[in-house]
Write a protein that binds this ligand. Structure first.
Ligand code: DX5
Ligand code: ZN
Length: 222
């Protein structure tokens, strides 16, 4: 059964309190919070005060996805705002190992996010240090995009590597996840599914989360 991490990017920001209550009552496991700086990605989302407000509205883990350059400048502020997990992009971090040490030294779980075009092998020398890989299955910057199917190959390769080396690293898949493709993604090796648009554009978002949970409930990893 996969961990379901709804992305608040597609939430109704005018009713954020209601959206949080809905998520708290739902089968969602984590909150996925997408932070964009208009530099690493061609979009700007929301920042530290919003994360702090969400922290007050839930006890569920906050999974913060930093799509920003120079994340080292802000990691401590996100910790203070209540982040439990922080992922930084491999493409934004020339000194990735240092970024990971910083996140862990602040008592958080550390993740590395990787863009669709970046070879999965680029992660191999950091896998022993991290808790999670955020495998981007769309180009980061926007919600509501189509799942890039090539990602399945990358998930399979990474699953094999993690199992072979007996590592304790979760594979999170982020972008274009729906109840229609969730089972295949989990069968291929994913542990965590991020979903934004499919949940928040649904008539019954709570039910959509249950659907995602259910289709992955009996999905066996190949
Ligand atoms: C994209 C973000 C994703 C996105 C997922 O840059 O990292 O978390 O919000 O949303 P959907 O499910 O709409 O693709
Ligand atoms: Zn994300």
């Amino acid at each position: 059964m996969a961990i379901i991490a709804p992305s608040l990017l597609s939430a109704n920001f005018l009713q954020l309190g209601d959206e949080c209550r809905m998520l708290n009552e739902s089968e969602a496991d984590w909150y996925h919070l997408d932070i964009m700086d208009g530099r690493f990605v061609p979009n700007i989302s929301y920042g530290i005060p919003v994360v702090a407000a969400i922290r007050k509205a839930t006890k569920k883990p906050l999974d913060v996805h930093l799509m920003i350059v120079e994340p080292e400048k802000y990691v401590e502020a996100f910790k203070k705002a209540g982040a439990d997990i922080i992922s930084v992009h491999i493409e934004a971090c020339p000194h990735l190992h240092r970024n990971i040490q910083q996140i862990k030294s602040l008592g958080m779980k550390a993740g590395v996010a990787i863009n669709p075009h970046t070879p999965v092998e680029m992660l191999y020398d950091i896998l022993g240090e991290i808790d999670l890989v955020n495998m981007m299955s769309v180009n980061p910057g926007f919600g509501g995009q189509q799942f890039i199917t090539h990602t399945l190959k990358k998930i399979a390769t990474l699953r094999e590597k993690i199992d072979h080396d007996n590592l304790n690293v979760l594979i999170e898949v982020d972008g274009g996840v729906t109840p229609g493709n969730a089972e295949e993604i989990v069968q291929t090796g994913a542990d965590v599914l991020v979903a934004g648009n499919t949940i928040f554009s649904a008539k019954d978002p709570k039910q959509e989360i249950t659907k995602l949970k259910n289709v992955t409930r009996f999905a066996l990893k190949s």
